[in-house]
Write a protein that binds this ligand. Structure first.
Ligand code: PMV
Length: 325
């Protein structure tokens, strides 16, 4: 059956950084994210026995993609089928946003591939399946806040995301400062591997990330935005400290990223609560309350040229199937 699914990307407030199992994509620590409303992937998918090879059309152009190819093999083995897939995928990430789309891409693929077989997988099962494509995709199955539980089992059966409710979720804004639209120099996959293998701080990172998660959950439970902000900013900087301490060292910071961070500190000094986070690229995401989003955006925009204001988005879902539903 041909189905179309949509998934939104997410930004981690407590980062996933480092795998304990490369093949099964099992993380060294649990993480927490907010799914965003502005960036999403729409994927039309069909398992097709008449095809001799998998077909991937991305943004209108037929492509070979090793990561997607590997993922389709994983799904075939999970589902116990041999069929080839025909995929048409559109990334709705505003042009030049330079934001990673793997979270939304693999979440949409997992949901569509499962629905195409009418499997009725639970959300947790879909999250586990999405994880096998890209770790952060496990969290995009859910809207709002989601926690990817690292799990304990060696087979990954308990490593999936679960939703996390807070009254703060709908008061939050994420102002994305678009510093660069260039592809990342070091992918998250390679960057993590290098830090796991060589950073003397990696062990401390995983320990304190678990603690940060417990603290931010409490802060969300008390709707304490100041605490949430302080924890998320510190957590991001600890993650980036592992790249600076890797051997050879590397960084995702650019000059503009540092300027934006400084502007955020200045905003706080002026009494506007805003906190920054960064992932495996130079774009800076600023978390603030909706009531301050315009002030934050107008302060940061002159530094980078382009900002986008996002709010909490929805979880991944099927929007159409062949039966017209
Ligand atoms: O799932 P990946 O391989 O795109 O890794 C994501 C890593 C970070 O974005 C840096 C952190 C996170 O938790 O999303």
């Amino acid at each position: 059956m041909k189905v179309t699914a949509v998934a939104h990307t997410n930004i981690a407030l407590i980062k996933y950084w480092g795998k304990r199992d490369e093949k099964l994509i099992l993380p060294s620590n649990s993480s927490l994210s907010i799914t965003l409303d502005k960036f999403f992937t729409e994927t039309t998918f069909e398992w097709d026995d008449s095809q001799k090879k998998d077909v991937l059309v991305l943004n209108g152009v037929e492509r070979e993609d090793a990561k997607v190819q590997r993922y389709l093999d994983v799904l075939r083995s999970e589902f116990g089928i041999a069929s080839r897939a025909v995929i048409h995928s559109e990334n709705h990430v505003p042009t030049a946003a330079g934001l990673a789309s793997s979270a939304s891409a693999f979440a949409a693929l997992a949901v569509a591939a499962s629905a195409s077989l009418a499997r009725n997988d639970s959300k947790m099962e879909l999250s586990r399946l999405a994880r096998l494509g890209s770790g952060s995709a496990s969290r995009s199955i859910f809207g709002g806040l989601a926690i990817w539980q690292k799990g304990e089992n060696t087979d990954g059966s308990d490593s999936y995301a679960v939703p996390f409710e807070s009254e703060l979720t709908n008061q939050l804004a994420v102002v994305v400062a678009i510093v660069s639209d260039q592809p990342k120099k070091i992918s998250s996959r390679d960057g993590m591997k290098q830090t796991v293998q060589t950073s003397p701080f990696f062990g401390e990172w995983t320990k304190t990330a678990e603690l940060d998660l417990e603290l931010i959950k409490k802060a969300f439970a008390h709707s304490d935005f100041t605490q949430v902000g302080e924890i998320l900013e510190h957590n991001a900087m600890k993650m980036h400290a592992t790249t600076l301490s890797a051997n050879p060292p590397f960084t995702y910071f650019s000059q503009e990223s540092l300027l934006v961070m400084e502007a955020v500190r200045k905003l706080r000094a002026d009494g506007i609560e805003a906190y920054f986070t960064m992932d495996a690229g130079p774009n800076v995401k600023i978390v603030c309350l909706k009531q301050d989003e315009e002030k934050v955006a107008s302060r940061v925009e002159p530094l980078v040229g382009r900002v986008l204001i996002c709010h909490a988005g929805e979880g991944a879902k099927v929007i159409q199937n062949e039966n017209g539903n």
